[in-house]
Write a protein that binds this ligand. Structure first.
Ligand code: SF4
Length: 64
């Protein structure tokens, strides 16, 4: 599974960073969240899906 963040939609509230810090990080310069991994490790897939569900602007795109 892969995941991307649409930089045009991310509002930088960092919720995804709290839900799954292994996969998401915050770029202080761009003031948006970024994805740290090429492929989501299996043990973090559920957390990534939860982060996507909780992302209010729908910026997190999960690619199965
Ligand atoms: S939860 Fe969504 S809007 Fe919030 S920082 Fe993460 S990607 Fe951006």
């Amino acid at each position: 599974m892969r995941v991307e963040i649409d930089p045009d939609l991310c509002m930088g509230d960092r919720n995804c960073n709290k839900v799954c810090p292994h996969v998401f990080a915050y770029d202080e310069d761009k003031m948006l969240s970024i994805v740290k991994v090429e492929v989501v490790p299996a043990q973090f897939e559920e957390a990534v899906k939860r982060a996507a569900r909780e992302c209010a602007p729908g910026a997190i795109v999960v690619i199965e």
